[in-house]
Design a protein around this ligand. Structure first.
Ligand SMILES: [Zn+2]
Length: 479
């Protein structure tokens, strides 16, 4: 609720699929190559050419459909969406109109600790358009790069089930990590791999839904949040001033932080969809649909819930680990050992490991860390063979070297001394040299004890078992 109004949000997310080649020709599907170098007569829309559907695109879209609990339309067609724009040489985009490949799904997300189910209306396949470039070298003209023409996209349309910009943000993050888990989109926002259109309306509780506006040109998740918040405020202030909301398409300007009207419903474009005559009907065997379903791993949104419920992780930590395919796989393998609790592993993963990855720019795969050697390390800390500080030293080594934990402890001389006679000798020396502190302690200054233990640890070069050391000092001072 914002100022007594209920907010209703629906999102249309476009994700570029990372297939090797484009959707209807064999041109390379790769970002950042020389302008107009990845083009052929088909994706340039030359008359007389015929498209051939890339089967991988169908596979990828069906996998996303499974991940979002959709029903799969095994028989569907492709349609032409007609409009004129300089980046669209054919003057139509091949998409899917009435019957999408996947529909009627949902995704469960976690917002502020509460589970929310967001409906997914449909997922369809379509081709991307080219890109207009504006350069100072060619003042007053725009140049066209057709490399992106025919790059495969899936469009994921949600139900208007989101009630705040925060929910929309979590939904977008969830879709992004699912796409990454499936490995079907590189999710590089800065390269435009994921883009979204936002539909927003507001109404008073109990009243019918308000008129919605659609916002285009939203290129990042944070822009989506800002755009939604702006639009909600704008609509409420229009309504509070006695005005009405008109159905329209608006353009979000992220630099200025405002949206402006592009066109109203009256001059909305009529795309005159009609069936694409140059492509066959898509027919997918049930067997193939089932095969693709079997390739879906446990997805990040499901993992987050499991980590919270089963392992007692807080949502922040659970989300951080689950949204990384790599970290989640590692953590799951550690937990599968059944030796230590989640806290033991997350402390290392979210502490030293993430610190190392941030500092070096390396990934987990670049290290020599395994669930086995990390468990070995936890073991020697638990049985007090080495101290926590010594543990950090061992950890730093196993990140870079494939060496048994026991060998590292030996090489670095990290084993703690628990032998009473050795510890007693150290204590005697330290107590003799620190008579003042001993008297302070006896006089009631209890913090002198910490100082004495510290001196003993120093004398042992950090190798004394601190718990045992304390015991021995107490015994001696008491004598
Ligand atoms: Zn081509």
């Amino acid at each position: 609720m914002v100022k007594g109004y209920e907010v209703v949000i629906g999102l249309e997310v476009h994700a570029e699929l990372n297939t090797d080649s484009k959707i209807y020709c064999s041109c390379k599907n790769q970002f950042g190559l020389e302008v107009n170098s990845q083009v052929c007569p088909i994706c340039m829309g030359m008359p007389g050419t015929l498209p051939t559907l890339n089967k991988k695109v169908v596979d990828y879209a069906i996998r996303m459909g499974h991940a979002l609990n959709c029903s799969i339309n095994r028989v569907c067609k492709q349609d032409r969406k007609n409009y004129f724009y300089p980046d669209l040489p054919k003057a139509y985009q091949i998409s899917q109109a009435e019957v999408p490949l996947c529909e009627n799904g949902y995704v469960d997300i976690l917002v502020d600790g509460e589970e929310r189910r967001i409906g997914v209306t449909r997922i369809h396949i379509e081709e991307d358009a080219g890109k207009l470039l504006h350069s100072d070298k060619f003042d007053g003209v725009s140049l066209v790069d057709l490399n992106r023409c025919g790059v495969p996209l899936i469009e994921i349309v949600s139900e208007p089930d989101m009630r705040s910009s925060k929910e929309a943000h979590v939904y977008l993050e969830t879709l992004k990590s699912i796409l990454q888990y499936l490995g079907i989109c590189d999710c590089k926002m800065q390269e435009g791999s994921i883009r979204c259109d936002v539909n927003v309306s507001v109404h008073k509780p109990g009243e019918p839904m308000g008129t919605r506006s659609e916002m285009k040109n939203v290129n990042s998740f944070s822009a989506a949040v800002r755009g939604i918040d702006y639009e909600v405020e704008r609509q409420i202030s229009v309504l509070e001033a006695g005005g009405t909301i008109v159905q329209e398409t608006r353009r979000w300007d992220d630099v200025k932080g405002i949206s402006t009207s592009m066109r109203s419903k009256e001059d909305a474009q009529d795309y005159r969809y009609f069936p694409e005559p140059d492509l066959l009907t898509i027919v997918v065997e049930q067997e193939r649909v089932d095969e693709l379903k079997a390739t879906i791993p446990e997805l990040p949104n499901i993992k987050i819930l499991r980590y919270v419920k089963e392992f007692g992780l807080n949502i922040k930590d659970a989300t951080f680990i689950a949204e990384s395919v790599e970290l989640a796989g590692f953590f799951d393998a550690c937990m599968a050992k059944g030796r230590f609790g989640a806290k033991c592993y997350t402390t290392w993963i979210l502490g030293e490991l993430v610190k190392f990855m941030n500092e070096t720019g390396k990934t987990l795969a670049d290290t020599k860390l395994t669930p086995e050697n990390l468990t070995d390390l936890a073991e020697v800390i638990e049985n007090k063979t080495i101290s926590n500080a010594g543990g950090k030293k061992v950890f730093a080594v196993i990140l870079n070297e494939d060496k048994p934990v026991a060998e590292i402890i030996k090489e670095q001389g990290l084993a703690q001394v628990s032998d009473d006679s050795v510890l007693e000798k150290i204590a005697d020396e330290v107590l003799a040299a620190n008579e003042k502190s001993v008297n302070d302690y006896k006089g009631g200054k209890t913090n002198a004890l910490g100082y004495l233990v510290g001196q003993c640890m120093k004398a042992s070069k950090g190798k004394a078992n601190p718990g045992k050391m304390k015991e021995i000092i107490l015994k001696k001072i008491g004598e």
